[in-house]
Design a protein around this ligand. Sequence first.
Ligand code: ZN
Length: 135
Amino acid sequence: MSANIHKINHIGIAVKNLEAQVEFYRDVLGLHFEEIEDLPEQHLKVAVFLAGDIRIELIKSTSPDSAISKFVDKTGGGMHHIAFGVDNIQNTLDNLSDEGVQLIDPRPRKGAGGHRIAFLHPRSTYRVLMELCED
Ligand code: ZN
């Protein structure tokens, strides 16, 4: 049985300079700017934009040791992950695990906006980092 995923919740973009990129997305692209969320537990600041009902999240790490910081150091920043919206994240994780998909988070954890999230391992997704996000 497939995981039956049918929508995108957000696209995560890792950034080096949050202010400069907020200006670009807001003032040049003209996307609707929602807010900047502080996630001190995860050492992240996330600027949230809306493109229709899909969120674009610009993710800035506030800790040099985080996965996001390492990604930005290595690549200069850019497309980081795609997040699918699901109704029941634990069911979806269990389905994917049954299908042999490796999970970074076998149990959901708290992400931006207080949503329950979990990441799939890129080894199992043809090298695209995928997140599940419970609506
Ligand atoms: Zn995300």
